[in-house]
Ligand binder design. Sequence first.
Ligand SMILES: *[C@@H]1O[C@H](CO)[C@@H](O)[C@H](O)[C@H]1NC(C)=O
Length: 353
Amino acid sequence: MAYTTLISIILSHFLLLTTKTLAGKVPAIIVFGDSSVDSGNNNQISTVLKSNFEPYGRDFYDKKPTGRFCNGRIPPDFISEAFGLRPFVPAYLDPAFSISDFAEGVCFASAGTGYDNATSDVLEVIPLWKEVEYYKEYQKKLEAYAGKKKAKYIIKESLYLISIGTNDFLENYYSMQSQRSSQYTEDQFQDFLVQLAQNFVNQIYRMGARKISLTGVPPMGCLPLERATNYVGGNGDGCNEKYNNVAKHFNVMLSDLVERLNEELTGIRVVFADAYNLLLQMITKPSSYGFEVSSVACCGTGLFEMGFLCDKLSPLTCTDANKFVFWDAFHVTDKTNHIISDFLMEHVLDQFL
Ligand SMILES: *[C@@H]1O[C@H](CO)[C@@H](O)[C@H](O)[C@H]1NC(C)=O
């Protein structure tokens, strides 16, 4: 990031703090999950699943491709800003940032990962258990940097954003090479994932986390890639209803889990951040939200390009991503992320303000 932007961000941040005094109810945003929230960790590992090149990031600060799978910002960035913190959450593995930055927000997420270890194996990305290992390491560094007492406070009072699950279905269970689909029925697989989600929340709870937002999965069957595949399969050009039903069912299970966690774990506050219906509305009625296109993505033909297939050589990439719900065949635009984040701040995360 260029100095000028960094300085202007720091300045506006000071102004925000001095004028609004949102004063530290949430001292930091701590992020776990997949590409929906990865701010650049995959840049530092050897996977093909990266996005640190143009046109990714063309509407980010300094038009910088950061490794976010978006033209601009992703939900943790908007949410961090809404809490009066920095307007972006840096990736833990990014060498341009250090513990003084991470004390106010840190992202452990990795594009392509899932609850299931077998999901992160598919594209050789960071498994969820490894994200937890990094979080452990972060706690040690935080203690050394801020002192034991302050570190404990940050760990306890921070807001934890967890957004993961889509790849367990689309990259793993429903992929042609999947072993899981021969081991588990669809229902058993969902039970398995919910168990893993429960284990994960228990784990970070034991490590000190108390304020947690667990994100549901989106209408997966309406991602442009799945729509295109559905079309090629000859089932019409609409969304893949089966995948949408799986997503809806899985969200109900996650929401039940959230209820149980709140009952079982003393002092925890878990909320279920469900944007399924909102995103489906944007897809079915794009004009109500100021969009023009929702069935295909901005990048390339909009049908299949993402990651290395969406680069500056991709022909046909749209000029104004604000007209599109989807940025690439798997991920939404900055504008969509902004609308979703505002909705979550207003209806779900407001209790942490
Ligand atoms: C996933 O892998 C880690 C590291 O090998 C292991 O500790 C964990 O038990 C595995 N999880 C499952 C559900 O197999």
